[in-house]
Design a protein around this ligand. Sequence first.
Ligand code: ZN
Length: 267
Amino acid sequence: MRYAILSDVHGNLEALSVVLAKCNEVGVDAYISLGDIVGYNANPKECLDIMRSLNLICAIKGNHDEYAGSNDNVMEGFNPHARAAVIWTKSQLPPEDRAWLASLPMRQTIKGTMITAVHATLDSPDSWGYIFDVHHAADNFAYQFTPLCFIGHSHVPVAFCKKPITQYSERMIMELEDWEHKIIPEAAFRREESFDINLNAGHKYLLNVGSVGQPRNKDPRASFAIYDSDLKIVTRYCIPYDIAAAQAKIYAAGLPERLATRLDRGI
Ligand code: ZN
């Protein structure tokens, strides 16, 4: 089976379209959504319709989904741009879509797979914390009972591996730096379209797949992952898309300018 794992689409139809084209090209059997389908960009309704039409075996709630599906207008923790985008997004969604977003689970272990999915963190999914380093990862691993856990939320692809406990083990949790391209010069990683992680038996993996619709790792390309359960490989893809078209829609919708300008810098 091949599973595509998509996170933080954030209403970016141009990015979602190229991602799904790549999924079709590779051949994907099922889709997993890690949340934040809406917010920030100008096509929340279109992205929701497309996502819901996929063979979606798991759809997790993100913080933007939560606010877009609720009547909370305070939106604690949100900056003014994010808040403005949620208020606009609500005006674009019929009650049925907002109810669907509100109904999504915060985390899920997907039956018949080795996968747990959560938007933010497993230890406290509704606190919307961020996992950036091995210490955060250690907290998450304590609550991770499957070999694989996919997360989103930070829009920064990071990956951690936890080795089994043995009498010889030194460092149990390691960051897998090539997942984020940290060890590759920027000029080179922009040409590479995909990166593989080979899964070792007995190890646990915590993988942030990056963001489809608003990447923040200085690589503006749409980021997502495909897990091949037969080959035991997870591949992260980085796909260029028509950023100018997405930006034009943000301006036309009257959304904050900053939401457009950040897209081509990937910040
Ligand atoms: Zn997000």
